[in-house]
Design a protein around this ligand. Structure first.
Ligand code: ATP
Ligand code: BTN
Length: 284
C-alpha cells in the first residue's frame, strides 16, 4: 500500500479552494502541523487506496495501534455504511477517514458515542465555515436538505477497556451515481460554498473538535453532550416515523435522545425509547 506518510506530496497552504477545483492529496505532516498543540495526540497515515478505512484501522487496532491513530484514504474500494450498506465517494472530492480511540471501561459505557461523534463533526464543519449543518439520529450529517456525511462506529472490547474505530465520510462534491440507490438524497459542501475548505484544513479541524468531544464523552458519557447534540438535531420536536423493516412503523413526537443516545418518541402509548440498531428515522 502507498502510505504517503513517507512520501512528500503537494500541500495546500490556504484553507479554501475554488469549489470546482480538486483538492490536493492529504499530507500527514501538513495535517500534523495544522493540529498545533494537539498534534501529539494523533498519528496520521494517508493511503491512496484501501478497502475501507474502518476495516483497515480495526485490523491495526488489533495489532496494537495507539489511541489517536488516524487513517485517511483517497479512495475506498468497499466503503461501509450501517447494516452492510455501502458508502460511495470520489477521490479528492470527498473526505473519508477513521480515527481509533481507546477508552477505559466496557463497551457498554460507549452508548451514544456515534451521536457524540456527530456533534463533533457538526462543530468541525461549522468551524470550517460550513453554515446550516444538521444532524439526523443516529448517524447522518445533513446539509441543504440532503445527506452530506455519515458516521460508522465499530466497537470492540479490549484486555483493559474498549476501543472505537470512528469512520467519517463527507462529500465535498456530490458522490457518483453508479448503481447505488441512495436512501436519502446526497448533499455536498460544494452546494453551499463557493470556496471549499481544503481537505487538510478540514481534517485538522474535525480532529480538533473530535478530541474535545471524545474527552468530554470519556468523562461524562453522552449525557454531558446531549443538549448540545439536540440543538443540531433537525427532527427535534417534530412528528416522525421509525421504520424497523419488521414490525409496524412507530409514529410520534421526537423528544430527542436520552443519556444513552436512544431516540425518545412520544406516542399515544407513552414515551418510547428506541435503540439505533435496526431502526430508520423518517418524516411523517
Ligand atoms: P437510515 O435512515 O437507516 O440511517 P441511511 O441512508 O442514513 O438510512 P445508512 O446505513 O446510515 O443509511 O447510510 C448508508 C447509505 O448512505 C447507503 O445505503 C446509501 O444510500 C447512502 N450513501 C452512500 N454513499 C453516500 C454518499 N457519499 N453520500 C450520501 N449518501 C450516501
Ligand atoms: C453511514 O452513513 O451509514 C455511515 C457511512 C460511513 C462512511 C465512512 S467513510 C470512512 C469510514 N470507512 C468506511 O468504510 N466507512 C466510514
Amino acid at each position: 500500500m502507498d502510505e504517503s506518510a513517507t512520501k512528500p506530496v503537494t500541500a495546500s497552504n490556504t484553507p479554501f479552494a475554488a469549489a470546482a477545483a480538486s483538492s490536493c492529496r492529504i499530507d500527514p505532516r501538513r495535517v500534523h502541523s495544522l493540529l498545533g498543540p494537539l498534534s501529539s495526540r494523533f498519528t496520521l497515515v494517508a493511503l491512496a487506496e484501501c478497502v475501507s478505512t474502518n476495516s483497515v484501522l480495526l485490523e491495526r487496532a488489533g495489532q496494537g495501534a495507539a489511541s489517536g491513530s488516524v487513517l485517511v484514504a483517497d479512495r475506498q474500494t468497499a466503503g461501509r455504511g450501517r447494516r452492510g450498506r455501502s458508502w460511495l465517494s470520489t477521490p479528492e472530492a470527498s473526505l473519508t477517514f477513521s480515527l481509533l480511540w481507546r477508552f477505559e471501561g466496557s463497551v457498554a459505557r460507549l452508548a451514544g458515542l456515534s451521536l457524540a461523534v456527530g456533534l463533533a463533526v457538526a462543530r468541525g464543519l461549522a468551524n470550517s465555515g460550513v453554515g446550516g449543518v444538521g444532524l439526523k439520529w443516529p448517524n447522518d450529517i445533513l446539509l441543504a436538505g440532503g445527506k452530506v456525511g455519515g458516521i460508522l462506529v465499530d466497537l470492540e472490547a479490549t484486555a483493559n477497556g474498549s476501543l472505537a474505530v470512528i469512520g467519517i465520510g463527507l462529500n465535498l462534491q456530490l458522490p457518483p451515481d453508479g448503481d447505488e440507490e441512495f436512501l436519502h438524497r446526497p448533499a455536498a459542501l460544494a452546494q453551499v460554498m463557493a470556496l471549499l475548505p481544503d481537505r487538510q484544513h478540514l481534517l485538522a479541524q474535525l480532529l480538533t473538535d473530535l478530541a474535545e468531544i471524545m474527552d468530554r464523552f470519556a468523562d461524562g458519557g453522552f449525557a454531558a453532550l446531549r443538549s448540545d447534540w439536540q440543538a443540531y438535531h433537525v427532527w427535534q420536536g417534530r412528528q416522525v416515523r421509525l421504520l424497523d423493516g419488521v414490525l409496524l412503523d412507530r409514529q410520534g413526537l421526537c423528544m430527542g435522545a436520552d443519556s444513552d443516545g436512544a431516540l425518545l418518541l412520544q406516542t399515544d402509548a407513552g414515551l418510547e425509547r428506541c435503540l439505533s440498531g435496526d431502526v430508520s428515522l423518517r418524516a411523517v
